[in-house]
Ligand binder design. Sequence first.
Ligand code: NAD
Length: 471
Amino acid sequence: MRTINQNYIDGRFVPVQGTDLRPLFNPATEEQIATVHLSNAADVDAAVRAAVAAYAEISTMSNSKRVAMLHRLSDVVSRRSADLAEAMSEEYGAPAPFVEASASRAGQVFLDMAQTVEAYPWQRQIGSALVEMRPVGVAAAVTPWNSNLGFICSKLATAIAAGTSIVIKPSEMSAWQTQVLAEALDEAELPNGVYNIINGTGALAGDALTRHRDIAKITFTGSTATGRAILRAASETMKRVTLELGGKGAQIVLDDADLDAAAAQVLANGFINSGQACIAGTRILVPEHKLTTMQERLVAGLANWPVGPGNDPASRIGPMVSAKQWERVQSYIALGPQEGARILAGGEGRPDGLNSGWFVKPTLFGEVDNSMRIAREEIFGPVLCVLPYRGEDDAISIANDTDYGLQNYVIGTDPERCRRIASQLQSGRVVINGAKHEPHAPFGGFKQSGIGRQYGSFGLEAFLEPRSVLG
Ligand code: NAD
């Protein structure tokens, strides 16, 4: 069994000073794969001091040097893509297509950001003012378990692009892949202290980092509840914040959609990362007169979503990340019928033949009303709600009737109609008919799904301060 007992501070691996330990499990087998040493406030302080010392150099470095650093980071991460996918598979039990896509995208985000730096107007004249974009100060990043690798890479890329040093506190549930990533990043030989990575829990290391006086900017991805705590912590010293939080996305299936193709798309959008995704479309809105047919297609479509461990090539849905998350998902599956919903497929307990591992049955709820908790709260598992609507306006109103606003979906055959509906949805992103990710377009939430945007020039500007020089 592995021991993960080092942080990466000031350009080298150093022993964690904190004495608390945490076991790390493979969720597909429930076997312990590592023991993680958890950082305390002294570890956090050492990492912040290193980042502060490195700030003078990175914040005055030329664009071309920072772009070269981004290329080096991309190379080293891409070279270790297979190792990263393997670590993710072991740590999350997630199916191969998901972990392989995540690992291969991780190297690409540095190149996307390099392009943004090269195209960005760093200085512009506005009347008599010269407006210069300056780095915001030392940054802190806190990442969620479910897209830990991708968000460490994109937050690090954005910090380097902007000319800031950064301290990263990854999810404590992702310590093994973080270790593999830190070894890869080290090979890029960036100046010491430009980035620092500390293992630890949110309650201790995360809290100490996001309150630290020398941190000017926090970029956080995780739950809305943690986002609130971080916003409070940030207010003490007016830190700039980017918060990427939870979601409860709707998938509007229009009456002109081909129902077979729509059902396949709906399930794929709902079961991203076994349903453990902020962008999952978990409320499926179907025209009332097509409800029965669509429900039948969805139930039949579940046959294409076998559940099993990630290392079984047949699996498309893996386990929940932890025993706690398994129980949470079970509690929502139990709640649905109590609220008046009907289980169309799935239900409580483990799928047949999977007696160990935190697996749940992919579950579809019918007869759902948007006021039910299963339709309002983020479940974070393969549990989808089907809701009927009467006409476009009703669909838009149900989709928008939520505290969240991260990502919605529209499925239909008329592109103009789809775009007209998309333009009325209150979310930071709308995906029409399975359109592909656009790496330079902003990503982030309306309402309680967050504050600020990531990616491209919008993401870069979240790490910059404009300075107007008059005369
Ligand atoms: P989480 O909020 O429990 O934890 C996220 C991170 O915050 C972890 O690193 C954790 O250690 C840290 N943390 C916890 N309490 C803290 C505190 N008081 N101060 C500082 N740091 C603290 O979320 P999770 O379970 O790891 O991830 C799942 C959540 O993330 C879901 O709600 C999901 O929707 C959201 N998410 C959002 C996006 C997005 O882009 N909007 C992307 C992925 C995940």
